[in-house]
Design a binder for this molecule. Structure first.
Ligand code: SF4
Ligand SMILES: [Zn+2]
Length: 120
């Protein structure tokens, strides 16, 4: 199923599409707000400092989303997450596996630095 970043791009797109169709009544195209959120999420993934070593965004020590977009994506995840298994079982299963993967060395190092800063 390709690189983790490409899988995550497909997963986030499927989640936003599901959320937009059900809560904003769209069918083919996304509404303007969801379209902007998808472009933002893909851009963040393209610039992800961890590349293929990346953790699940929800568990990331960096959280590179700006606050307003983070709130938006959390809304989408809360809605679409539980519905993904029935709508997109393969993507959902793969996403769960990726999320359970042990963090790579780069992620651990940054997580330690972030924790240290929080306790200073
Ligand atoms: S939240 Fe973390 S894992 Fe997700 S794209 Fe940003 S830096 Fe990468
Ligand atoms: Zn929408």
């Amino acid at each position: 199923m390709g690189r983790p970043i490409d899988r995550e791009k497909r997963t986030v797109e499927a989640m936003i599409r599901l959320y937009c169709a059900d809560t904003h009544g769209t069918s083919d195209a996304l509404c303007r707000q969801c379209d902007a959120l998808l472009a933002y999420a893909h851009d963040r993934l393209d610039r992800c400092a961890f590349s293929d070593d990346k953790p699940a965004c929800a568990k990331c020590p960096v959280h590179c989303y700006r606050t307003s977009m983070r709130e938006e994506i959390l809304k989408v995840m809360r809605y679409a997450g539980p519905r993904m298994i029935s709508k997109h079982p393969v993507l959902a299963a793969r996403h769960l596996l990726d999320a359970r993967k042990a963090p790579g060395p780069k992620v651990e190092e940054i997580a330690k630095r972030v924790k240290k800063k929080e306790t200073e």
